[in-house]
Design a protein around this ligand. Structure first.
Ligand code: GDP
Length: 297
């Protein structure tokens, strides 16, 4: 799964690193390490992680001649260590579990909801969707199409309806229909707007009132192609929204899958899922070992 999703990154990166090995092997000296660093940083992993990977290669091999595979092995192993996180399955409390999904417009929020809903449905869960992004008619339509494909219930409101009332009705529907999980979409206007924060706060309050506990998960959808600036912005957003986990969408569409390294570092949140395409099945639970391997090897 990760292998095909990360093909673009791997192709760029591997080719790049291979470029360092025009001759039989290379002496690991400052020149080589500098070139390696330049290649690594092009995957969007940021200076810190690239330095760490380079330093590990230096520690192991400085002054010796290495082959391509030695370097790939070293950086894969180090990446694995950097990506490792505690097991982070979806936190599903007593049914119905409630999952709020937040993120900036265009990040892949609606698609990710569809994929997660399908993922849960195929593992035997009964899912209800809540179209809480009442601001965008297109978002409601899109989510409705997903619900039809998945064959699950959906609660929608009129355009401009109070998102909190949609959230309330969604939880209500889940309770009434004996659903296992309610997944609620939220508006994704720019995270700097404080009214959006208030809106989220209200949704949380309403869910808590109806459900008798906080939402079980607040998932932040991040766009892997968005670059590091977008990530810093999303960080403030995730803190204010009380996020509990990340869905990293569009990893396949990027030659820069290394972005997962700064995400693991900047966000003290586990990556729960990664999006690897536009199709309903194109989602995978994150796993550091397979991911590191798929990234480089
Ligand atoms: P939203 O505005 O955040 O709800 O974003 P959408 O779910 O509408 O996604 C925006 C665009 O990104 C759409 O064209 C999706 O098909 C596409 N998209 C979403 N997730 C992925 C993914 O994992 N891989 C790829 N390649 N495209 C994706």
């Amino acid at each position: 799964r990760f292998r095909s999703g990360l093909e673009k990154t791997r192709r760029t990166l591997n080719t790049d690193i291979r470029d360092l090995f025009k001759d039989e092997g290379r002496l690991v000296d400052d020149e080589f390490l500098g070139e390696l660093f330049a290649k690594l940083i092009r995957t969007d992993m940021g200076a810190g992680p690239a330095e760490e990977l380079r330093d590990e290669v230096a520690k192991q091999y400085r002054g010796r001649k290495v082959q391509l595979n030695d370097v790939i092995e070293s950086i894969t192993e180090q990446t694995r260590t950097m990506l490792r996180q505690d097991e982070a399955p979806l936190n599903l409390g007593d049914p119905p579990s409630v999952i709020l999904v937040v993120g900036v417009n265009g990040s892949g929020k609606t698609t990710s909801i569809g994929k997660v809903a399908h993922f849960l449905t195929t593992s035997g869960k009964k899912v209800v969707l809540g179209a809480g992004d009442t601001f965008r008619a297109a978002a409601v339509q899109q989510l409705t199409i997903w619900s039809e494909r998945i064959g699950c219930d959906i609660v929608t409101g009129k355009q401009g309806a109070d998102p909190a009332s949609v959230a309330f009705q969604t939880v209500d529907k889940a309770l009434q229909s004996g659903a296992d999980v309610a997944i609620i979409d939220t508006a994704g206007r720019l995270q700097t707007q404080s009214n959006l924060m208030q809106e989220l706060e209200k949704i949380r309050r309403v869910v808590e009132k109806k459900l008798g506990r906080e939402p079980d998960e607040v998932l932040l959808v991040l766009d892997a192609t968005a670059g590091q600036n977008a990530l810093s912005q999303a960080k403030g957003f995730s803190e204010a929204a009380g996020c509990t986990g990340i869905v990293l969408a569009k990893l396949d569409g990027s030659a820069r899958g290394g972005v997962i390294l700064p995400i693991r570092r900047q966000f003290s949140l586990p990556v729960k899922f990664v999006g690897l395409g536009e199709g309903i099945e194109d989602i995978a639970k994150f796993d550091a070992d397979s991911f590191a391997k798929a990234l480089f090897a």
